[in-house]
Ligand binder design. Structure first.
Ligand code: ADP
Length: 605
């Protein structure tokens, strides 16, 4: 995996703050209000006992005593109430920001990032850590914003009390400096451990989430129950959870050491402060009120100092997660998302040429597509055949504009496919895949891929795909939702109907290049041959690629390309290849005798 970019915590918090303000103009106001109240409260808390002692020892009247103490107490109580209220307001703002901005930004990126990245192990890992960064109130994005008020408060408090602290005895300052240095050293040591080990621990996070999703997905539910895989899955989840838990404990254990060091230093500080102040009091240098004020200043200043180190330390962890999120958003595109050649100038149907195309999957050892050369003439129908693993689906991904070759190039009407704007290029290609993925929207939306669509055109496409009657029979026609997961009155279409609906979608798109990647694999051979004939008749004007492992269903194609180990092993018409007696002929012979045997067996005797 490429090295991840790390930014200083202040850079990340500034970035988050800008996003938060962009989303909610009143955010800085809420932050400032929390700061003002929370800064005033410790000042009142320091003044309160001082005022009491002063009133008692400096001989004030009951009236002045009550006025001073009572006033401060009312102020303190009101401030506390206001503080809680404002903190709640800020807390809600932080959560709303995380969910709205975090989820929107992540979803948008996931929907628009290059498919090749989305599917790569690196992309999947980044997606997982990014989700984690916006997955809770006290992690990553929200955690960092939540600590912003504390961090600023402590910083301001230190500045405010700093002047007073300078006036303290140098020995106390020395203890405080040693305390801060020890705190910092421990925090850094714990953080380094975290940095060293986070990558491995993130893999377990991905593992546990993967198995969790797998167990919730009804598509896997049948196999899991039938093959009793629950124990195996539970074992895998538990292993990930335990490893991550053990890592968290080691990580938190190191961070917790700071509290131990704090307690030691605090005892030392108090011993020194009291000894010193009692000495001054006995010598008559300060009175009781001065004594109380100084003790108050020392402990409040120490508090600011400690909390500042703690908040900075929390940031040091959260900023790593914010980095994860930003690195996910900033993933560089592989494809051209800027301007490119005008796709409307591409003639319909276009010529498609693969020139020395090579493709190796990330981490793969050998190329899956290996220096492949192939020209598809305008309007030509090619049957792409080959054994499993020959590279057919990979070639489809490359031609559809979802993957980019690692070597060589694809040309459409002589223009390199890579030069086109990626989204524009996708308009040139209509693809039907073997795995049916209908979205839980209405029939009309599924066919058109949009909310506003041309209803007449959708009906015409459904007609050509042989699905018009079935849709007309549905209670809400085009407006019927597919699958009942989101809508109670939705329908679940049969496998064959889903294939037809996808076909209607490809017809609606009316792209000049059509690719069928075994969309009929689940149908029986006769139904497949029939559907392929239908595709061929209705899409006669397109440059097409038909993939099937059943060689009989693609005989109508102008040319057959037999793929083996990512290379063109044989090509020619069906008849030519049979006459040549090569691998295609051999495979065709095996398949036809198999089907012949099967048909013989099935015939009633
Ligand atoms: P076919 O469609 O002809 O069966 P594929 O293009 O699916 O062939 O696969 C060709 C080779 O590429 C196989 O060895 C397969 O294991 C490998 N492969 C396919 N998809 C991926 C992927 N996402 N990551 C890594 N290897 C893959």
């Amino acid at each position: 995996m490429k090295k991840q970019k790390h930014r200083p915590a202040l850079v990340n918090i500034w970035y988050l703050l800008r996003q938060a303000v962009r989303q909610d103009r009143t955010y800085p106001l809420a932050l400032a209000a929390v700061l003002a109240v929370k800064l005033a409260l410790p000042v009142i808390a320091t003044l309160l006992p001082t005022a009491a002692v002063a009133a008692l020892t400096r001989g004030g009247t009951l009236g002045t005593y009550l006025a001073a103490i009572g006033g401060l107490m009312v102020l303190y109580a009101g401030g506390t109430f206001l503080g809680v209220l404002l903190e709640e307001v800020l807390s809600v703002k932080n959560s709303v920001f995380r969910t709205i901005w975090g989820v929107t930004a992540q979803t948008k990126k996931a929907l628009t990032m290059d498919y090749q990245l989305l599917e790569s192990p690196e992309g999947l890992q980044r997606m997982e850590t990014a989700s984690h960064a916006v997955g809770g109130n006290h992690v990553g994005v929200e955690g960092m914003l939540r600590h912003l008020a504390d961090w600023l408060l402590n910083l301001l408090g230190m500045v405010l009390y700093g002047g007073l602290a300078v006036a303290l005895d140098w020995r106390i300052l020395l203890v405080l400096a040693a305390m801060t240095a020890a705190n910092y050293a421990i925090a850094l040591w714990a953080w380094r451990f975290n940095m060293r080990t986070k990558g491995e621990a993130d893999k377990d996070l991905r593992g546990q989430n993967y198995f969790f999703r797998l167990s919730r997905n009804p598509a896997n539910g049948k196999d899991i129950r039938l093959y009793r895989m629950e124990q195996w899955i539970m074992g895998a989840v538990t292993a990930c959870v335990m490893r991550r838990d053990s890592w968290r404990r080691r990580s938190f254990g190191r961070r917790a050491l700071r509290s131990v060091s704090d307690s030691v230093f605090l005892v030392l500080r108090d011993l020194l402060a009291y000894a010193m102040l009692v000495g001054s009091f006995l010598a008559g240098d300060i009175d009781a009120a001065g004594f109380t004020l100084t003790i108050g200043v020392i402990s409040t200043f120490t508090n600011w100092l400690n909390m500042f180190v703690a908040a900075s330390d929390d940031w040091r962890y959260e900023t790593l997660e914010v980095d994860d999120f930003r690195n996910f958003l900033d993933q560089e595109d592989i494809f051209n998302h800027g301007p490119g050649p005008d796709v409307s100038k591409v003639q319909s149907p276009p010529r498609v040429e693969l020139r020395d195309v090579t493709f190796t999957y990330p981490g793969g050892e050998k190329p899956v597509i290996d220096h492949l050369n192939l020209t598809i003439r305008p309007g030509e129908k090619i049957a792409l055949v080959g054994l499993n693993g020959a590279g057919k689906t990979t070639l489809v991904k490359l031609l559809s504009g979802l993957y980019r070759p690692t070597g060589g190039e694809i040309l459409v009407d002589g223009v390199p496919a890579a030069d086109f704007n990626a989204a524009e290029y996708l308009r040139l290609v209509g693809t039907l895949y073997q795995d049916v993925k209908l979205l839980p929207f209405t029939v009309g939306e599924n066919v058109s891929g949009a909310e506003d669509y041309d209803r007449e055109r959708v009906w015409a496409c459904l007609e050509k795909a042989g699905l018009r009657e079935a849709v007309e029979a549905l209670p809400k026609g085009l407006d019927t939702s597919i699958t009942q997961r989101l809508e109670r009155d939705g329908v679940d279409l049969s496998g064959g109907q889903q294939q037809r609906l996808l076909f209607a979608r490809a017809l609606y798109k009316d792209a000049p290049i059509l690719i069928l990647d075994e969309p009929t694999a689940a149908l029986d051979p006769l139904a497949e041959a029939d559907l392929y004939q239908k595709y061929a008749q209705t899409t006669g004007d397109k440059t097409s690629l038909f993939i099937s492992h059943r060689l009989s269903s693609t005989q109508f194609c102008d040319r057959v390309v037999y793929l083996e180990n990512g290379r063109v092993a044989e090509e020619g018409t069906h008849r030519e290849l049979l006459e040549r007696g090569g691998k295609y002929a051999e495979l065709f012979e095996i398949q036809s005798s198999y089907y012949k045997d099967k048909t013989d067996q099935e015939e009633p005797s």
